[in-house]
Design a protein around this ligand. Sequence first.
Ligand SMILES: NC(=O)C1=CN([C@@H]2O[C@H](COP(=O)(O)OP(=O)(O)OC[C@H]3O[C@@H](n4cnc5c(N)ncnc54)[C@H](OP(=O)(O)O)[C@@H]3O)[C@@H](O)[C@H]2O)C=CC1
Ligand SMILES: CC(C)(CO)C(=O)C(=O)O
Length: 335
Amino acid sequence: MNTNHNIIFGAGLIGGYLAGAFSARGLSALLVGRSKTQSALANGLTVSDMTGNQVTIDNIEFYSAIEHQQIDTLWLTVKCTAVEASLIDLKDIVQPDTIIICCQNGFGSDHLVRQAFPNNVVLNAVVGFNVAEHAPAHLHRSTDGKLIIEYHKRLEAFIAKVDSPLLPTASSHHFVADQWAKLQLNLANPVNALANIPVKSMTEDPGYRRIIAQLMDELLLVTDALNLKLPKVTAAPARMLPKLMRLPNWIFNRLAQKMLAIDPSARTSMWWDLSQGKPSEINYLNGAVVHQAKALNLPCPYNRKIVELVHRVEAGELALGLSADALMTALNESA
Ligand SMILES: NC(=O)C1=CN([C@@H]2O[C@H](COP(=O)(O)OP(=O)(O)OC[C@H]3O[C@@H](n4cnc5c(N)ncnc54)[C@H](OP(=O)(O)O)[C@@H]3O)[C@@H](O)[C@H]2O)C=CC1
Ligand SMILES: CC(C)(CO)C(=O)C(=O)O
């Protein structure tokens, strides 16, 4: 089967980057995006990565409902919080044979898609890297990491074709473990957003690192109880990450060079949401750990409290810009 007809629904950081990287490999990539995004990309799109690969696509194509156009794969690249509202438009695009690939962080947002399309193949993908907007119409992959797609035979040829230095791509037979391993990293998203600083500055601060380590400890309790063996997605194995985070700077800076080799301007997706007054994905990230810990009767005070703090920001009751000490104090209030 020809898996070359791709629709990318959500022309933001990840959707735009995928569209550029697919096009660079000669694969079709029709974007579904707001009119403001269509105007912003009218003169093309540049995608680049931190090792110097760069490509400019002169004519980024947007989807229009052309009759009989075959759609093999639909990549859903909106935020978790926008999935529900996207379903109405998706109903007009998805065909009986279309594979839907949900690219959201965390757990839970694919549920609505599966409910809405019970007869379609619905897969999840983990986006293991950060994308930042370097300049208008220039998206930059600022970290290491792969696009990992839940295994499906129909995608084998496509993955072999799209896998490239700009977009390292793989499929996985142990996808739930991959999702938890990615979530372990995303537990730092609220810390980054509440701190209101770039990811690199947060990672260089031992105070923020200690908080991230507490959040990760709680996730590892959950994944142990679920008997999951998390794959290594950073330079350190999943189990070692909290230990690494707790090291003082003089040794952390030596051991975590790869982790610190991040674009100094990169921010997490949650920072983008909260700083623009949008709802965050917190319920699908740290909230997913709280939910699973509760089901397993495990303690989860730090993730529970950080979910509350983010909700207070969303409600306009708390401002961004918490120092590591202030954040730790707020978290300890309930611990
Ligand atoms: N950014 C990153 O580095 C990473 C992000 N992720 C995950 O990937 C997912 C996507 O994130 P990201 O790309 O950053 O998000 P963005 O907000 O940058 O992109 C989502 C885009 O979808 C658009 N959109 C939402 N609803 C619709 C709709 N109904 N019709 C058309 N367009 C729509 C949004 O427009 P508008 O804003 O106008 O609503 C926005 O342009 C998230 O789950 C995120 O956690 C994972 C790894 C890294
Ligand atoms: C890659 C990472 C963890 C950080 O940018 C991310 O997934 C995000 O920003 O949501």
